[in-house]
Design a protein around this ligand. Structure first.
Ligand SMILES: Nc1ncnc2c1ncn2[C@@H]1O[C@H](COP(=O)(O)OP(=O)(O)O)[C@@H](O)[C@H]1O
Ligand SMILES: [Mg+2]
Length: 422
């Protein structure tokens, strides 16, 4: 089967790598892809928001399946557009209505409330309700959790530590700091606990559980400094034991799938449950309608069964939890970022020849492009280095070693990914 994978980051490089190992794969196309995915398939260098061009390509190349990496095309209704034009096409990724789980935090909170799914207490507010929002935030106490309703590229959540900051942030957001995305706000109770991420592939009825992961968002070691898109991840998560995962299935995954069905929302694709464990119980922080980056890198290198087969099973309503095979090894992913990130940073830095890798070592490309045959940096996150080891420490050591061998001016990475779990 010919497959079109949408996206251009480390997540897509890892998905492309995993798909390329499937005996079921014919040709792989990546739209737009990056120089890493170019070695695994054919990159299509066109803007992804051109839905008609995607549809034309599907005809031209005899594509049987589309897998969408990022959230934006899903929220834009790409899958609805393709489903109308190509009735037999296998689509891995929800339509616009399912993508609302991620594209509107207010929608997601209402959904959880309606279906009894554990999450922080909240209220939502519109642009004329700054005073009400501030007084509700006060009633919850500090720190205050203030979230822009819409997609804000991971920057739409502020955890305010003081009353002044709470007030300033609420006003700034409602006055349009994130444009349309912050015309409405969700203000919620602060939950104190440890976060982890759970991933399923579902057709709306059946689902399979993929390996869980934990990501590290702060730029600085010891989880300090500003938030980034993600600085690394590990899988498995030692505290996600059978007892906790049973609660996750019973209280969160299965009620979510039942809720989607009750609400008449078709869903075929990945669901990423951003969870927090509070005194032994899981709560939902957020839903994402796709896999995470840099979690996917750790998840894919641990997944032993065939991802393309799972995606086909999803399309054919034959998802079988028993078919998922996961390595007992530990995965660690470390992101190498441009100096200055997540603030301003320079692009176009020359990347020296990459080191040779062993089978259990991977260098996934995130913000890398090719200029006159030379690899150069083109994003904040440049590489995701992912390694498998017998235990977490071994995986981390190996990833650190590989990260040291990659050279570009201004390179920065955290050496303490997974530090809190040892
Ligand atoms: N209710 C909450 N209590 C404590 N921390 C929270 C809460 N909601 C969000 N956070 C923190 O903020 C981060 C970002 O929030 P999230 O809802 O995942 O938004 P996004 O990923 O879209 O930026 C979370 O990973 C978590 O660390
Ligand atoms: Mg999040």
């Amino acid at each position: 089967m010919n497959v079109l994978l949408i996206g251009s980051g480390g997540r897509e490089h890892a998905l492309a790598w995993k798909l390329s190992r499937s005996p079921l794969l014919g040709q792989l196309f990546i739209w737009p892809g990056n120089p890493g995915t170019a070695s695994l398939g054919e990159n299509i260098p066109l803007p992804v928001d051109d839905h008609r061009a995607v549809s034309d390509l599907i005809h031209q190349k005899g594509i049987g399946m589309v897998i969408c990496g990022p959230e934006a095309p899903l929220a834009d209704g790409l899958m609805d557009f393709l489903a109308d034009r190509h009735p037999d096409l296998a689509l891995i990724g929800p339509g616009r209505s399912g993508a609302r789980l991620e594209s509107s935090k207010e929608f997601a909170k209402e959904f959880m409330l309606r279906h009894g799914i554990p999450t922080a207490r909240y209220r939502s507010f519109g642009s004329r309700e700054a005073e009400e929002a501030i007084s509700f935030a006060r009633s919850l106490g500090l720190p205050a959790v203030i979230k822009a309703d819409g997609l804000a590229a991971g920057k739409g959540v502020v955890i305010a530590q003081t009353r002044e900051e709470t007030e300033t942030e609420i006003r700034a957001m409602l006055e349009g700091r994130f444009g349309q995305a912050s015309e409405r706000l969700v203000i919620e109770e602060f939950l104190s606990g440890i976060e982890f991420s759970v991933f399923v592939l579902t057709n709306g009825d059946q689902y399979i559980l993929l390996p869980e992961a934990k990501d590290y968002k702060r730029i600085g070691e010891g989880d300090t400094g500003p938030n980034t898109g993600g600085m690394g991840s590990v899988s498995p998560v030692p505290f996600a034991d059978a007892a906790l995962m049973d609660k996750v299935r019973d209280r969160i995954i299965e009620p979510t799938l039942r809720g989607l069905k009750q609400d008449g929302i078709p869903y075929r694709g990945f669901i990423f449950f951003g969870l927090i464990r509070v005194q032994g119980d899981p709560f939902v922080i957020e839903y994402n309608c796709r896999m995470g980056d840099p979690e996917t890198e750790s998840v894919m290198i641990r997944l032993e069964s065939d991802l393309l087969q799972h995606c086909l099973d999803c399309h054919q309503n034959e998802l079988n939890p028993g078919s998922v095979r996961v390595s007992s090894s530990h995965a660690a992913t470390i992101c190498l970022v441009s100096g200055g990130y997540p603030g301003d940073f320079e692009k176009g830095k020359k990347i020296e020849a990459l080191p040779q890798t062993q089978p259990e070592e991977h260098i996934f490309f995130s913000g890398v492009s090719s200029k006159d045959g030379q690899l150069v940096t083109s994003g904040g996150r440049v590489f995701a280095v992912s390694c498998l080891g017998q235990d977490q420490l071994a995986a981390l050591d190996q990833a650190n070693r590989l990260a040291d061998l990659i050279q570009f001016e201004g390179k920065y990475f955290r050496r303490d990914i997974g530090f809190d779990l040892k």
